[in-house]
Design a protein around this ligand. Structure first.
Ligand SMILES: Cc1cc2nc3c(=O)[nH]c(=O)nc-3n(C[C@H](O)[C@H](O)[C@H](O)COP(=O)(O)OP(=O)(O)OC[C@H]3O[C@@H](n4cnc5c(N)ncnc54)[C@H](O)[C@@H]3O)c2cc1C
Length: 469
């Protein structure tokens, strides 16, 4: 019997466990696995609550449709008919500029303008930035020999205002981090590639749009989610796994390579396995690997993480009617607020709130989250309400408010991240039967985590450590 341990019951670990379970069932292979989860529940940051008829997402609320791995997993576990798309016909995002909400102009692909008129007329950018956008079309191809920050990259193309008003707020919503600290090669690889090939991002995007228009396909919704919330994915996977393989409330302290496999130590117990998947945030992975592989642990510990807080607020019909149309707003750091973003959830997805309710999801991260971390939930809700009052003129008392804190849950891919991954891979290869999965490596979003979990399982099932047993 081949035994595989999986450490961490977030979506990365669950995806790995499901891949092993599928293999066990389809091939009849003599495979056994144990999934260790420190907390009482599986799912990690995937958590959904139903409050007053509203589906409140504490962690991720959806995933980008363009990356297929999460939707594929939903279909594989039988949730295909539960997949829902964002209401893109109502898509509109605002940016707070000097205290006022300004709508993002049509045709912006991330921060790259592809439609001249809406961008030219938009009050989001100064004339100086608009001039830079025109000049950018003549940017020569450039093959950089080193990584740089997203802020430096965007500034070279469009200037500092674009960093402040778009690149930084857009990335804060995804990574909870600052454009000045994130690696362009790791976070925006397509843009780095476009610069290498075309020089101008504007021209590259226009060429890509033209190609897509030729194919006449209707664009799929930008975001995908599940009718009953993201937690339903974790719950459904758990229901497909072998119940005796699941160990909640069990913190793994260390994993050790032995002559013939691995020892996993959890609490006062140790167990033997042929292989181990560590599906933890990289810094937590460093903790369990440190005694056995200090050099690898040091590289893992160097992947930075930020903490974040989401606040779900429910309101009545009057508020729903008074809110602006669209998906919500982003707040540039230069506005000096605590909030980084707010989503009008009732507009973004169907099935999230009854017709007579408004559901808002507010987001703090990084330093803004640290600033309020130790304060009470009431205090944090007070800050949110105060800012919503100033930004939206929203005075109404919420029907409910929930605060969710996520300590060091979002990876920050710093400059040089891809080189660090190469070092991590080399060090990991020296430890046969070890695989890593999670958001610290090649993508922080749910689809990337699913891919990493399934990839880790596939790697081990082909490894000599597993095949020989
Ligand atoms: C607030 C927030 C909003 C997000 N929004 C989106 C979004 O809208 N779309 C999107 O695609 N992505 C989003 N993300 C990112 C994405 O959700 C995460 O990157 C992904 O879910 C991480 O999954 P994971 O399994 O790698 O890690 P986690 O979910 O962190 O799971 C790790 C698990 O390991 C357990 N654990 C830790 N240490 C040990 C140990 N020693 N022994 C045993 N178990 C241990 C933990 O208890 C936890 O359950 C968001 C993230 C956050 C925090």
């Amino acid at each position: 019997m081949t035994r595989i341990a999986i450490v961490g019951g977030g979506i990365s670990g669950l995806a790995a466990a499901f891949a092993i379970e599928e293999q066990r069932r389809s091939s009849g292979a003599k495979l056994d696995y144990v999934l260790y989860e420190a907390s009482p529940r599986m799912g990690g940051v995937l958590r959904t609550e139903l409050i007053d008829g509203c589906l409140v997402e504490a962690g991720p609320d959806s995933f980008v449709t363009e990356k297929p791995w999460a939707a594929d997993l939903c279909r594989a576990v039988g949730l295909g008919d539960q997949l829902i798309g964002s209401n893109d016909a109502d898509r509109k995002t605002y940016i707070l500029v000097r205290g006022r909400l300004v709508v993002m102009p049509d045709g912006l692909m991330f921060m790259v303008p592809t439609k001249i008129l809406p961008t030219g007329l938009s009050p989001l950018f100064s004339w100086k930035t608009k001039l830079r956008m025109t000049q950018e079309l003549f940017h020569p191809p450039r093959s950089a020999d080193h990584d740089e920050s997203v802020a430096a990259f965007v500034e070279r193309h469009y200037g500092t205002e674009m960093v402040d008003r778009l690149a930084d707020p857009l990335l804060s919503g995804v990574y909870g981090g600052e454009a000045a600290n994130l690696s362009v090669r790791a976070v925006l690889p397509r843009f780095a590639e476009m610069e290498r090939e075309h020089g101008s991002l504007g021209r590259a995007m226009l060429a890509a749009r033209k190609k897509m228009a030729g194919s006449r396909k209707t664009a799929p919704p930008l975001f995908t989610s599940l009718k009953n919330g993201m937690q339903s994915l974790a719950e459904t996977i758990v229901a497909r796994l072998n119940p005796s393989s699941l160990q909640t409330d069990t913190t793994v302290h260390a994993v050790h390579p032995e002559a013939e496999g691995w020892t996993v130590s959890a609490g006062l117990e140790s167990d033997q396995f042929d292989a181990v998947i560590i599906a933890l945030p990289a810094q937590a992975a460093a903790g369990v690997l440190h005694p056995a592989a200090p050099e690898l642990a040091a590289e893992l510990a160097a992947v930075q993480y930020s903490s974040s807080i989401t606040v779900g607020l429910g309101y009545d019909f009057d508020v729903r009617q008074s809110l602006p149309p669209g998906f919500g707003f982003l707040v540039p750091r230069s506005e000096k607020r605590q909030l980084l973003a707010a989503t009008f959830v009732h507009n973004k997805f169907p099935h999230r709130a009854p017709d007579d309710r408004a559901l808002l999801r507010c987001f703090f991260a990084s330093q803004n989250a640290e600033n309020v971390w130790s304060r009470s939930d009431d205090h944090i809700v007070g800050i949110v309400r105060n800012e919503l009052q100033q930004i939206l003129g929203l005075h109404a008392e919420p029907l409910f408010a929930r605060v969710y804190r996520w300590k060091s849950a979002m990876a920050q891919y710093g400059v040089g991240h891809l080189e660090r991954l190469e070092r991590i891979d080399r060090l990991r290869e020296k430890l046969p039967g070890l695989a890593l999965a999670g958001n610290g490596y090649r993508g922080i979003g749910v689809p990337d985590c699913v891919r990493s979990g399934r990839g880790a399982a596939a790697l081990l099932m082909k490894s000599p450590a597993v095949l020989r047993s």
